[in-house]
Design a protein around this ligand. Structure first.
Ligand SMILES: NC(=O)c1ccc[n+]([C@@H]2O[C@H](COP(=O)([O-])OP(=O)(O)OC[C@H]3O[C@@H](n4cnc5c(N)ncnc54)[C@H](O)[C@@H]3O)[C@@H](O)[C@H]2O)c1
Length: 381
């Protein structure tokens, strides 16, 4: 049983712990930027920001949840350091990711007197990052952008690489730009308030990085899965660092989504079909998890991927509380029809990112309907 004394000593000890911090540089010529990763990064943000990007004004763009959790503290920290800063928020959720919200935010910025020197701080998950990034890219033909991702998915994926955008009623992310931030601050500590389901969305992407290029990352996930589920700060920092390093390598070699960047879609083509077939009632991370299993089954059936690697993938997903099986209600025929209409399909033929074993991939459109149907059937249940 703990006593007040125990608690006091624990707290004191905790405060003296120096956590590991990492930096990933995304090398994009004149657009090169750093991603700072680690617990407590936000505490130093005000000082760091004003020395990296001394803008005369900052607009924090965030959503209604993150405004309460973090926005108020961030604005206080920045104002204490003498920065001129305002906070603009919109209702949290994918439903807000549209042009109406963009126009509303832009008009508020005009009202507040934001000019070409004003910088946008995108504080939130992927929805905030995509929208604030899009707005930064078009407001007065482009103003500086800083990404402060607050979900695991945003830290390992959406804040890196410069894709911005909004949805149309006809589909997700149909309007958008490529626009790089000047810096990314990924504070691991902010993930403590994130709902479990959101953590799983991010973990599916982390497993994906392990599958496409990160054999060592995959081994680390297998070894540390318990610490990962508990969001142990240094372990979480390390997986964000490894994930960002892999994504940075891919996007710097292929900034505008040519062939190489397609490897980042591992599990996603089938995952998107699963999400659509389930009318978006299956969360993105779970759908990607199922998608990775389906393409790995195709790979194993083609003799590309060792069977034991398929088993390791399913074992890891299971430990990370991600599904390996597609609900029986989703039929192979329906999923295959959706795949034919995937927006990334070329000439109506979906491309598949297959696996040659953990850490190695292969892009091909050489997957027959029969092979796909068999892999989906084997994954249902
Ligand atoms: N640009 C890219 O390359 C890219 C890549 C992948 C996904 N995306 C986009 O990202 C979006 C999904 O992002 P997401 O999964 O982060 O969703 P999200 O931004 O909707 O965040 C999920 C939920 O978590 C809440 N939240 C955020 N941070 C929190 C915190 N620290 N504590 C408590 N709650 C918090 C949010 O308010 C929201 O309710 C999609 O729109 C997708 O299209 C973009």
């Amino acid at each position: 049983m703990g006593t007040d004394n125990d608690f006091a000593s624990y707290t004191a000890e905790y405060e003296t712990v120096q956590h590991v911090r990492h930096t990933v540089t995304v090398p994009l010529g004149a657009d090169t930027y750093d991603i700072l990763i680690g617990p407590g990064i936000l505490t130093d943000l005000a000082k760091d920001l004003t020395s990296t990007l001394a803008a005369p004004r900052y607009m924090i763009i965030t959503d209604s949840n993150v405004a309460d959790y973090l926005g108020v503290d961030l604005i206080r920290l920045l104002r204490q350091s003498g920065a001129r800063v305002e906070l603009l928020s919109f209702t949290a959720g994918e439903e807000s990711k549209n042009m109406d919200t963009i126009v509303e935010l832009a008009r508020k910025m005009v009202d507040l007197g934001a000019d070409r020197q004003t910088a946008i701080l995108a504080l939130g998950g992927g929805v905030v990052g995509d929208m604030a990034g899009f707005l930064a890219s078009i407001y007065m033909r482009g103003i500086p952008l800083v990404q402060i991702p607050t979900t695991l998915l945003a830290q390992v994926d959406s804040s890196v690489g410069g894709k911005t955008g909004v949805d149309l009623p006809e589909g997700k992310n149909l309007l958008g730009t490529f626009y790089q931030p000047v810096r990314v601050y990924a504070d691991i500590g902010v993930l403590a308030t994130l709902p479990r389901a959101e953590i799983r969305n991010g973990l599916a992407e982390v497993v994906k990085y392990g599958m496409i290029q990160g054999r060592e990352l995959f081994d680390f996930l297998e070894e540390k899965w318990r610490d990962i589920l508990n969001l142990e700060p240094d372990v979480t920092g390390r997986i964000v660092f490894n994930s960002c390093s892999i994504k940075a390598g891919v996007v710097s070699a292929d900034e505008r989504e040519g062939d190489l960047r397609r490897i980042l879609n591992f599990g996603h083509t089938v995952g998107h079909a699963v999400e659509a077939a389930a009318h978006y009632r299956i969360p993105h991370g779970e759908a990607v998890s199922m998608g990775m299993v389906v393409v790995s089954r195709i790979s194993a059936a083609k003799g590309l991927m060792p069977q034991k690697d398929l088993e390791r993938l399913c074992g890891l997903l299971d430990r990370l509380q991600l599904p390996c099986r597609i609900p029986t209600g989703l039929r192979a025929e329906g999923l295959m029809n959706l795949l034919r209409h995937d927006k990334k399909a070329r000439s109506g033929r979906p491309h598949f990112v297959l696996s040659k074993g953990i850490g190695q991939i292969l892009i091909t459109d050489d997957v027959s309907r029969k092979e796909l149907a068999a892999a989906i059937e084997a994954s249902r249940g």
